[in-house]
Design a protein around this ligand. Structure first.
Ligand code: MIG
Length: 813
């Protein structure tokens, strides 16, 4: 699709406008521009003149439409909402967008173009029966847009490589990255998210390509400063997100694709995994190992060896004679059990394997174009594959989780769902990937080709799993982990980045990788801490776990051939680094409610919070954890200190409590193993609980670490709920607003009265106000405080109050 042609002009023959949309008719095709919301416009162009019918499994939600005003002037159509405008040149068919004050962006260089595409051009694996069927599937459609020279291009889903994707060509097709190691390439990985944001000082806008087909973005690689969007499937369909900030773009994107789930609290704790803890005894020993050593843990993952011959939804009764008893024993230690489930169902008919038999009886498995059932090889050898586009199939699959729920399993880990399939048993030589033929029909009505639905295989498996858990156990929040995903999967699942390696390079690439996903609306992400392939080693593991303590989803995992990789496997020094890192995670309060409400990523690049500082765009080795904390990880061996860029504002050292500088500036900070720099932005209130061995233990006290800025006022809302149920949806929340005046205005700290119906357990609040020097005294609610202390080391005044949910005001005097 790299043809050098700019598409020829495509004059409009006529146009009609409706309340929310405007359609222009061209000699070849129709172009429709629709206001999906005041800040979201959708553009569709169908060269055939027929727009594709909506898909019942579309990852994009229907929003109540917004008004669009349209008028023609000077050979152009002007279309406007309150927040966004578009202009279509009637003689050429090119469209561009602009802010309400007239700043243009995403300007077409020409009309959309289209042509027939040969499969070879896509780079997709090409077997005789994977041919694209003739017709719209083979029609590639695209358009080229001008890239403003000062724009950085971010998002683009799960990939290796740099944060800013200018000068790159990126495609979207989910694949199992079978080879060890996440390098610095940018090829397709397990997940596909055809969305990005363009950021420049003063304006961020976003784009979601509404195509589940093979698609791509050429971000100024082919032609300098030219952005090309292209997709197979015969229709160009994209949404423009008005921004004007990265946070607004992610909010708009997750309004369209669904807000991220709110995980149960336990899922935000530490998860320990390995391929595989192979027996009941191994699992219990690991659990006890954590408790004996007082290393906090909430979940243990069971990889594929718990199953009987890799048959999904079965247990190997020799290795796990009484799974319910094992799960109960873990529960007694405050631990949840997560089990892996692969999509491939062993082709095992006539032996009493109910999953295969009910799947065949219900006709839930994919069929080849010739009508034969499709099979391929995975762990259970020859396997059948559910058609997750079918609602009936999703229902059946979801219900199968009843057997796991009965045993007491709390979370489901969906693996191999790109899907990953090979052409013969793994043990035989010459194993090759074996794709589902692109012409396979999917959906309850057979409405779509696999070519259209491939990228949704993992997305819809995660959905089927979540919806099944919801039916089976409606009162408790569910938890699903998935390897493959698309935009929108955040509604149902967290994800990890698949099979990385125990190498510094893999730790390094994980930083921008997770940050990019956050920009695509997927906040609940993490990578295998320590590295999956290969043998991890003390320093790498130590650096990784101190970093991983800030992953939104925190799990350590390792390959079956790698040496033990539990926190105590590398000797006492690393064990204590790991314990401290995990303890810190358990003390920090969660950002999950913010993510759930606005899609806000909590692991994010500096540009998210500082979009006007172009010199910070390229920084990918410092990560903001929510708006208040910034971490500066170590990515290489032997380092004991590193350079840290301070964005604008005043900054504190989280560990020492000391004020360290005012940005923009850069400084060198100490970073011994176990103590990578963690900074707090002025104007922050960091909430810390006490150390707990699991999230099930009660919080005795809550520390509010208050860090005033020099000039800016700080705001923070602490959001709590029971961590387990859906009652927060009916108002069972506790929300506490905090405000901290700048030092220039006395650093007064104000706590508002608690809102909402959730009542936290009785507790003490410890207010720690960080100040440049000791105040003469403190007044609390207009009364002088007698019982307070100045902590000279932390440079903070500390006072304890009973958390009565009322308004309080602390004034240093
Ligand atoms: O072919 O279940 O990414 O986390 O341990 C390998 C075994 C299959 C790949 C997953 C990995 C998991 C492994 N799986």
């Amino acid at each position: 699709m790299d043809d050098p042609l700019l598409a020829p002009p495509m004059p409009a023959l006529d146009w009609v406008s409706e309340a929310t949309a405007c359609v222009t008719r061209h000699e070849h095709g129709l172009l429709r521009l629709e206001a999906v919301a005041p800040d979201i416009l959708r553009l569709r162009f169908a060269p055939s003149g027929r727009f594709a019918t909506p898909r019942p499994w579309s990852p994009v939600l229907e929003l109540p439409p917004a008004g669009l005003s349209v008028h023609e002037e000077d050979g152009r159509l002007w279309m406007e909402t309150e927040r966004l405008s578009a202009r279509l040149d009637l003689s050429s068919g090119a469209v561009s967008f602009a802010t309400p004050d007239g700043r243009p962006f995403a300007e077409d260089l020409c009309a959309p173009g289209w042509r027939e595409v040969a499969l070879e051009e896509t780079g997709l694996q090409h077997l005789p029966d994977t041919e694209l069927p003739p017709g719209e599937a083979r029609i590639g459609v695209g358009v080229r847009k001008r890239m403003a020279p000062d724009e950085g291009y971010f998002g683009f889903g799960q990939r290796d490589g740099r944060l800013d994707r200018r000068h790159r060509r990126l495609t979207h097709w989910t694949v199992d990255r079978a080879a060890p190691g996440h390098g610095l390439g940018e090829d397709n990985l397990y997940q596909a998210q055809p969305t990005f944001m363009a950021v420049r000082p003063g304006l961020t806008w976003g784009l979601l390509l509404n195509s589940t087909w093979f698609s791509g973005f050429d971000v100024g690689r082919e032609y300098e400063d030219v952005l090309t969007l292209f997709t197979l499937g015969g229709e160009l369909d994209y949404y423009i997100l008005a921004g004007p900030t990265p946070a607004a773009v992610v909010e708009q994107l997750t309004r369209l694709t669904g807000r991220p789930l709110l995980p149960p609290l336990w899922a935000l704790g530490f998860h320990q995994s390995r391929w595989s803890y192979g027996t009941d005894r191994d699992v219990r020993a690991i659990a006890e190992g954590f408790r004996e050593r007082a290393i906090p843990l909430d979940a243990i993952h069971l990889d594929i060896d718990y199953m009987d011959g890799y048959r999904v939804f079965t247990w190997d009764r020799e290795r796990f004679p009484e799974p319910a008893a094992t799960v109960a024993a873990l529960q007694a230690l405050g631990l949840r059990t997560v089990t892996i489930v692969d999509p491939g169902v062993k082709h095992d008919l006539g032996t009493g394997y109910g999953v295969a038999e009910s799947g065949v009886a219900g006709d839930y498995f994919l069929r080849r174009p010739d009508g034969e059932r499709f099979s391929g090889w995975v762990w259970p050898d020859e396997s059948l594959f559910p058609d997750f586009c079918s609602e009936r199939t999703r229902h059946w699959w979801g219900d199968l989780h009843g057997s796991l729920i009965e045993i007491g399993v709390d979370g489901v880990w969906c693996d191999m769902n790109e899907p990953s399939i090979v052409d013969r048993p793994y043990r035989e030589p010459g194993v090759t990937e074996f794709p589902i033929p692109l012409a396979v029909r999917q959906g309850d009505e057979g409405e779509a080709l696999h070519a259209e639905t491939h990228n949704l295989y993992g997305h819809l498996m995660a959905r089927a799993t979540w919806e099944g858990l919801e039916r089976l156990r409606p009162a408790r929040r569910h938890w699903v982990l998935t390897r493959s995903a698309f935009v929108g999967t955040q509604r149902w699942a967290a994800s990890w980045m698949g099979d990385n390696s125990a190498r510094w390079e893999d730790l390094e690439t994980s930083l921008p990788q997770l940050a990019s996903l956050g920009l695509c609306g997927a906040p609940h992400v993490g990578v295998d801490i320590g590295g999956f392939y290969g043998h991890s080693f003390g320093e790498l593991y130590g650096r990784w776990i101190e970093l991983g303590a800030f992953h939104p989803f925190m799990r350590a995992h390792a390959h079956r051939d790698s040496r033990p990789q539990e926190p105590w496997s590398f000797g006492p020094e690393i064990e204590s680094v790991a314990r401290q890192a995990i303890e810190l995670r358990y003390r920090l309060y969660t950002l999950a409610h913010r993510a759930h409400r606005r899609g806000e990523p909590w692991w994010r690049p500096l540009l998210f919070d500082f979009p006007d500082q172009a010199d910070l765009y390229a920084i990918e080795d410092q990560i903001m954890i929510g708006p208040q904390l910034m971490i500066a990880p170590i990515r290489a061996p032997g380092l004991k200190r590193r350079l840290v860029e301070l964005p604008p504002g005043c900054w504190y050292d989280f560990r020492s409590g000391a004020r360290i500088g005012v940005g923009p500036a850069a400084l060198v900070m100490d970073a011994p193993l176990g103590a990578m720099p963690v900074l707090v932005c002025g104007g922050s209130v960091i909430t810390l609980g006490n150390v707990r061995q699991s999230t099930a233990e009660p919080l005795g006290e809550l520390m509010l670490e208050i860090y005033p800025d020099d000039e800016a006022e700080g705001f923070w809302t602490l959001i709590e709920d029971d961590g387990e149920s859906f009652e927060y949806q009916d108002g069972a929340l506790a929300e506490t607003d905090c405000r901290i005046a700048p030092l220039s205005r006395g650093a007064v700290f104000a706590l508002a009265a608690r809102r909402g119906d959730y009542q936290p357990a009785p507790r003490t609040l410890i207010l720690r106000l960080h100040l440049p020097e000791a105040p003469a005294g403190l007044r609390l609610d207009e009364t002088p405080v007698e019982d307070w202390r100045w902590d000279a080391e932390l440079q903070a005044a500390e006072v304890r109050i009973n958390d009565d949910g009322q308004t309080h005001r602390l004034v240093p005097v």
